[in-house]
Design a protein. Structure first.
Length: 126
C-alpha cells in the first residue's frame, strides 16, 4: 500500500521537475512565510503554491465537490482552508512577493511557469 504524503503530491513533483529543467534555484515548504509556500524563489521574490482541488476548494472545479456525508464537518473545514489560503496570499503580496497558484487539475505548461519566473516587476525608469 502506498503511503500518501501530502507534501509530495504529483503535480508538485511535476512542477519541481520543470523548474529543475529551467535551472532556477528554489527552496521547498518555507515555514517562515505565510501559508508555508510549496516552492520559494527567494532571490526572485516569487512563490508557488500547488493546491489539491479538494482540500483547497478550487472554485468551480469538479474535484472540489463536497462529500455527501458529514457535510457539517467538511463544509466549515474546507471553507476555512480556502479562506486561510486567500489570507496568506494577500499577506505575501503585501510583503512584495509574487504568488502563483497551480491547481492539481490544471494542465500546467512549462512556458506558463517560465513566464511567471522570468516576468520582471514593474520599475520606474529614469
Ligand atoms: Zn481543480
Amino acid at each position: 500500500m502506498a503511503l500518501i504524503r501530502p507534501k509530495d503530491t504529483k503535480p508538485e513533483m511535476l512542477v519541481r521537475k520543470m523548474i529543475f529543467g529551467e535551472g532556477f534555484r528554489y527552496r521547498l515548504h518555507q515555514k517562515s512565510l505565510p501559508g508555508c509556500p510549496d516552492i520559494v524563489f527567494k532571490r526572485l521574490h516569487k512563490v508557488i503554491f500547488v493546491h489539491g482541488c479538494f482540500w483547497h476548494r478550487h472554485p468551480r472545479c469538479k474535484l472540489a465537490r463536497l462529500p455527501k456525508s458529514k457535510l457539517n464537518f467538511w463544509e466549515p473545514k474546507l471553507s476555512g482552508n480556502r479562506k486561510r489560503d486567500l489570507r496568506n496570499a494577500r499577506r505575501l503580496v503585501g510583503a512584495g512577493w509574487r504568488v502563483l497558484t497551480i491547481w492539481e487539475c490544471e494542465n500546467f505548461e512549462d512556458r506558463q511557469l517560465e513566464a511567471f519566473l522570468t516576468a520582471r516587476p514593474k520599475r520606474c525608469s529614469n
